[in-house]
Design a protein around this ligand. Structure first.
Ligand SMILES: [Ca+2]
Ligand SMILES: [Ca+2]
Length: 153
């Protein structure tokens, strides 16, 4: 009798966990850039060029896509499978841009455990952008160095 009641209790708990809130493993999520917990982008000055370097990766998920979303004229997917990209890969975008105000990124991934996060640290003209894919909190899963490069005088 005791065993049967326990079994029913476990079943109810299992059913409740299936009803969760959009963070089930496998759910696709687009993570925006944040600085100190607030949404942000990285300021550019008029005439600057942009260099982005894949500094390091430490993840196994497939199809994590790194997307530059601003300046709008260069918005594109930089890599569609970042965990398997080559460390040291550089993406260079010569300026000037028609819309030179800021650089922005998102990363598309799937929920592993917790919510992913994409953090920028640093100040103009060099930033580090670090992605936590949600499996732990090491913030080293995808690391980019982003540089604004002033036009030659
Ligand atoms: Ca991690
Ligand atoms: Ca990691």
């Amino acid at each position: 009798m005791f065993t049967r009641r326990l079994g029913v209790g476990i079943l109810v708990l299992f059913a409740a966990s299936l009803v969760g809130c959009g963070t089930e493993p496998g759910t696709e999520v687009e993570t925006p850039l944040e600085c100190g917990g607030e949404p942000c982008d990285l300021p550019l000055e008029a005439g600057d060029a942009i260099r982005i370097t894949l500094t390091s990766i430490s993840c196994d998920a497939v199809n994590n896509a790194v997307r530059i979303t601003a300046p709008a004229s260069v918005a594109q997917v930089l890599t569609a499978n970042a965990c398997y990209a080559t460390v040291g890969t550089e993406w260079n975008f010569p300026g000037p841009f028609a819309d030179p105000s800021a650089i922005d990124f998102t990363i598309d991934s799937r929920i592993i455990d917790g919510d992913p996060a994409l953090r920028a640290t640093g100040t103009y003209p060099t930033w580090t952008v670090s992605f936590e894919d949600g499996a732990d909190e090491d913030f080293n899963d995808i690391v980019l160095t982003v540089e604004a490069i002033a036009a030659a005088q």
